[in-house]
Design a protein around this ligand. Sequence first.
Ligand code: NAD
Ligand code: LMR
Length: 332
Amino acid sequence: MAMDAVRVLVTGAAGQIGYALVPMIARGMMLGPDQPVMLHMLDIPAAAEALNGVKMELIDAAFPLLKGVVATTDVVEACTGVNIAVMVGGFPRKEGMERKDVMSKNVSIYKAQASALELHAAPGCKVLVVANPANTNALILKEFAPSIPEKNITCLTRLDHNRALGQISEKLNAHVSSVKNVIIWGNHSSTQYPDVNHATVTTRNGEKPVRELVANDEWLNKQFITTVQQRGAAIIKARKLSSALSAASSGCDHIRDWVLGTPKGAWVSMGVYSDGSYGIPAGIVYSFPVTCKNGEWSIVQGLKIDEFSRVKMDATANELVEEKSLAYSCLN
Ligand code: NAD
Ligand code: LMR
């Protein structure tokens, strides 16, 4: 029996992440190779012509899974009936700007779009916020869309998770798919804590802890952490633009694992509304290790947290608490 198309909204679709993301969705990288999709693309009036160009290219690419494209500058039309919403639209960080500089520009956008999603999205719509400050934009979206279940509103830290896998893979000259169970705790910012204490690599002799294989705590506790924390800034410095293909690909990974489930024995990192797990304050969107099943994520419980990790987990939580009050002051 033919499957119904899933409606996927991408906001900021005329931007550089949007341009990388929409063909990935239309090729089945987000929802699987058999799932038809209907793309809803939103951008602002100044980008309407470029948005229409993206629509033309989607038609020209003749994607077999793509059942239709809505390209609009009308937020209500864009949000109507969507099952998945990937919120990329916003003002990106430029070289030399701190993430807090983009806060006031972006939180007001997320407040407005929360209402449109709440009123017009399909029931059960799953939301992924990519635009920075991603955790706090997701929090604002949650606060101003009170009828969307809080479990359905998440933000992207999978890019940081994948960056951590990539760094370990490079260090050990091991294939990236053999590395698993790194964790990104906290904010998608330079205070995030990339944690390898539970990470393993599958070798010819079975699964081995990353700490045992790398055998260099100095590198793992300093250079590795800083490289992952600063990777977004390093890409901006190199490209004069923020990451796009890796952000788009990681966004597909985030939704695919959320909808279709995480592999057995593995977890991923997602920014989710904190329930107080691991002593992290409730009321912020914080990145935790999660497993997903039947379209629902759950925080991995019971991991041992050492003193080194505790300090770093709390520091990034504190930044999110501060961002939350800054966001509210921008809205007032
Ligand atoms: P971009 O400037 O190329 O694209 C952003 C698009 O959003 C533009 O087309 C712009 O017109 C549009 N836009 C602005 N206001 C809008 C609104 N109110 N409604 C709909 N669309 C709107 O930026 P980009 O490089 O694609 O990055 C997008 C966002 O993603 C930025 O905030 C960036 O910092 C963030 N980002 C997050 C991650 C992550 O891992 N969470 C990674 C990379 C980038
Ligand atoms: C990234 O991580 O690449 C982006 O979030 C860019 C940034 O603002 O750090």
